[in-house]
Design a binder for this molecule. Sequence first.
Ligand SMILES: CC(=O)N[C@H]1[C@@H](OP(=O)(O)OP(=O)(O)OC[C@H]2O[C@@H](n3ccc(=O)[nH]c3=O)[C@H](O)[C@@H]2O)O[C@H](CO)[C@@H](O)[C@@H]1O[C@H](C)C(=O)N[C@@H](C)C(=O)N[C@H](CCC(=O)O)C(=O)O
Ligand SMILES: Nc1ncnc2c1ncn2[C@@H]1O[C@H](COP(=O)(O)OP(=O)(O)OP(=O)(O)O)[C@@H](O)[C@H]1O
Ligand SMILES: N[C@H](CCC[C@H](N)C(=O)O)C(=O)O
Ligand SMILES: [Mg+2]
Length: 486
Amino acid sequence: MNSRELLENIPYKLISGELPEKIEYITMDSREAVPGSLFVCIEGYTVDGHDYAKQATECGATLILSEKPVEVEGPAVLIVEDTVRALGQLASRFYSYPSKDIQMIGVTGTNGKTSVAGMLHSMLMELGETSALTGTIGFNLNGELFPSANTTSDALTTQKMIARAKEAGCSHMTMEVSSHGLVLGRLAGVEFNTAIFTNLTHDHLDFHGTMEEYGHAKGLLFSQLGQNLQEKKQAVLNADDPWSEQFEKMTSHSVYTYGIVNNALFKADNIVMDHFGTSFRLLCPEGEFPVSMKLLGHFNVSNALAAITALYAEGFDLKNILKALAAIGPVEGRMQKVVMEAPVTVYIDYAHTPDAIEKALAAVAGFKKNKIIFLVGTGGNRDKSKRPNMAKKASFADYVVLTTDDPRDESYDSILKDLEVGMTHSNYACIGDREEAVKHAIQQSEPGDIIILAGKGHEDYQIIGTTKYPHSDQEIAKQEAVKKFS
Ligand SMILES: CC(=O)N[C@H]1[C@@H](OP(=O)(O)OP(=O)(O)OC[C@H]2O[C@@H](n3ccc(=O)[nH]c3=O)[C@H](O)[C@@H]2O)O[C@H](CO)[C@@H](O)[C@@H]1O[C@H](C)C(=O)N[C@@H](C)C(=O)N[C@H](CCC(=O)O)C(=O)O
Ligand SMILES: Nc1ncnc2c1ncn2[C@@H]1O[C@H](COP(=O)(O)OP(=O)(O)OP(=O)(O)O)[C@@H](O)[C@H]1O
Ligand SMILES: N[C@H](CCC[C@H](N)C(=O)O)C(=O)O
Ligand SMILES: [Mg+2]
């Protein structure tokens, strides 16, 4: 792309070298720089990208964008006030603002983003659309899964993914929108058509500081729908979460509400659950409809309502939407039943917040025949204040196994001690090594028990220090169940 055109809207100062005619590639990682590329220096949490300008130059970068002078010979150096902001603007311009050519659906909230986004993706495919999906599980393009480091990727990767989805002819793209992503400018230039809110409860206070700040971060998704009312855009808000009232005020676009408890445009009642799925009655502007789905739990009724409402707002026929919902299976690692021959039922789940733990336990409480065993851990170096509350919610189970879930640099003991504070009964074990903890959960079980292994979900690793070790709750549980019950 012509470099002057690329930089047209960005206030910059050229401090050395000459602007190259063309830019072939943009990168924020010196290790990915190629001849003719623009390297954007980002000051990170771990290192300062400005220190890598020289390496990027050696790899062929011909233009460096930075916040301060850098020592390089050859490439032009441009100074801007804020390289993160500039990166977002450059990324969307370089990829020709791809989000305007595709129906973009963004899902934010503390819990339920992967679930709602995954449901929407599968339902869109059932409805005959071509759909792309990005989030915690990765980037799914036409069924091919590419891994991603973050739930919401950096601005460059985000724009590149949308451009790839557009190129592949996708009609829709659903994105999980994290609060980190919103605050750190990773969504700059993404034009969402539909913005969905699931809920806001305790998480990430290490990053946001207070719930107010955290809520404000989520609200950015709704304010960023913008003021161009010539375009049809909509906010889909959870009437059962008080934050929705704030978010409603943040947008001038149409608002569609959904809920189970409070009055809402799309409301569910008469919820009935068993091991195989959930059914409910949907009350909405089109009338009353019986709905059934293979997904489990009240929280999934809320998630299903979010997906139904969003697709309705997008213009799909309600009866077809409900048919699509009935056809889809659970999202990977979210209350997913482990298929095995054993007299116990094991679910793999991704609950790693107090609210999610409460909801996951409530999902099975109604049909328990014997004990509920709940295994839970927390990540190291992340929000420590949620740990006692997680254990408090886990105490609802008859037996609890406290463990770790990506301990990173923290010791097992430090994580387990924080968790243990919240236990409200003494029927529990503390086992730092997650593999041992899963084995213990299975060994403690008796026929008829329900075991929920929470926190790892789809993940196939455990991060200890900075190394990712292969780990699968599901595989360990299966092997241990064979030992115990055969
Ligand atoms: C705290 C945080 O958000 N960190 C993110 C950040 O990493 P960082 O600031 O440490 O980056 P850094 O290593 O200091 O590098 C700074 C710059 O130098 C560059 N560099 C670095 C090394 C080198 O050799 N050459 C080079 O050019 C890097 O490419 C980068 O541009 O930038 C990286 C690239 O975009 C992210 O992958 C990384 O997310 C890490 C993995 C992370 O764990 N983030 C969490 C907190 C997060 O964002 N979570 C939310 C989910 C929340 C939810 O689920 O609700 C998410 O959206 O993922
Ligand atoms: N609507 C909901 N309300 C409360 N808990 C939920 C809801 N949906 C899912 N959960 C619980 O939270 C867990 C995580 O769900 P999911 O992965 O969909 O959330 P997420 O918002 O994508 O999380 P992350 O921030 O880690 O990406 C699930 O395994 C389930 O236990
Ligand atoms: N997306 C979630 C993943 C947490 C998973 C858990 N394994 C942990 O490391 O705490 C987060 O960033 O909080
Ligand atoms: Mg997610």
